[in-house]
Write a protein that binds this ligand. Structure first.
Ligand code: PGA
Length: 250
C-alpha cells in the first residue's frame, strides 16, 4: 500500500504572519491523520517561520522551486543548501506556472531534480498537458516527453522518494477538474513510464499526485483511483478547513 501525500502549494500568497496563522489553524485539523504525508509549501519568505510552527506536528515543509546550483552568482535564486536548514524536506519542481511564466525547460528541471535528490530533498515533479494539447490528442506524448526530459539519468537508487504530480494545465486554478477516469488514465500511463525507467518494484512504490482544482467535493473520488496517491492543491490549500477536509478525505 502506497502512503498518500497531499501537498498545499500556496504559490505567491500569504505574508509571513498570514502564513504562520494558516499553518497554526491547519495543524489541529489534521493532527490525528497519521496515514497521509501532509506537506505545506509557503513562499520562500515564510518557510522559516512556518517551519518553526510545524516542529513536532508531523507535517512536512516544502519549497515551491529551487536553483540547481548550491551557490553562485544567480541573483534572486535559492539553493537546496539554503532550504535544508529551514527544515524543508520537499520541493515542487517544474510546476506549469514555472514552465509557462518563467520559461523553465525540461532540461533545467532535470538539473533541479538531480540537485534536489542529491541534497536529500524530495522533489514533487509536475507534468501535464495544456487544453490545446489534450484536444489535439497529444496528452500522452506531452507527458511522456516531460517525464523523459525531467528524469533522464536519474539514478534508480535515488528515485524511490521522488513524487510525480500530474497536473493538467487546463485544470489548474480554473475550477475545471479532470474526471477521475481522465486522471486515472494518465496516472496509469505515468506509472508505466516510471516502470520503464526504474523497474516494476520501484515504480509500484512511487507516489503520483493529481493536481488541478482539487476541492473537498472531488478529492475522495479522485483519490479512490488505483494510481492516484495524493493531491497537489493550490487554491483550496489557502483555506485551513478546505485543505484539512481534502487531507481527511484521502
Ligand atoms: P489549483 O492549483 O488547485 O488552484 O488548481 C493546483 C496547482 O497549481 O498545483
Amino acid at each position: 500500500m502506497r502512503r498518500y501525500i497531499v501537498a498545499g502549494n500556496w504559490k505567491m500568497h500569504k505574508t509571513e504572519d498570514e502564513a504562520v496563522n494558516l499553518a497554526m489553524a491547519l495543524i489541529p485539523l489534521v493532527a490525528d491523520v497519521r496515514s497521509v504525508d501532509v506537506v505545506l509549501c509557503p513562499p520562500f519568505t515564510a518557510l522559516a517561520p512556518v517551519g518553526e510552527v510545524l516542529k513536532g506536528s508531523g507535517l512536512y515543509l516544502g519549497a515551491q522551486n529551487m536553483h540547481h546550483e548550491q551557490q553562485g552568482a544567480y541573483t534572486g535564486e535559492i539553493s537546496a543548501s539554503m532550504l535544508l536548514p529551514l527544515r524543508v524536506s520537499h520541493v515542487i519542481l517544474g510546476h506549469s506556472e514555472r514552465r509557462h511564466y518563467f520559461s523553465e525547460t525540461d532540461s533545467q528541471i532535470l538539473e533541479k531534480v538531480k540537485a534536489a535528490l542529491g541534497a536529500g530533498l524530495i522533489p514533487i515533479l509536475c507534468v501535464g498537458e495544456t487544453l490545446a494539447e489534450r484536444e489535439a490528442g497529444e496528452t500522452e506524448s506531452i507527458v511522456a516527453g516531460q517525464l523523459h526530459g525531467c528524469l533522464e539519468g536519474v539514478e534508480i537508487s535515488q528515485a524511490e522518494d521522488l513524487v510525480v504530480a500530474y497536473e493538467p494545465v487546463w485544470a489548474i486554478g480554473t475550477g475545471r477538474t479532470a474526471t477521475p477516469e481522465q486522471a486515472q488514465e494518465v496516472h496509469a500511463f505515468i506509472r508505466a513510464k516510471l516502470t520503464q525507467y526504474f523497474g516494476l518494484d520501484l515504480a509500484d512504490k512511487m507516489r503520483i499526485q493529481y493536481g488541478g482544482s482539487v476541492k473537498p467535493e472531488n478529492a475522495s473520488e479522485l483519490m479512490a483511483q488505483p494510481d492516484i496517491e495524493g493531491a497537489l492543491v493550490g487554491g483550496a490549500s489557502l483555506d485551513a478547513g478546505a485543505f484539512a477536509s481534502i487531507v481527511r478525505s484521502v
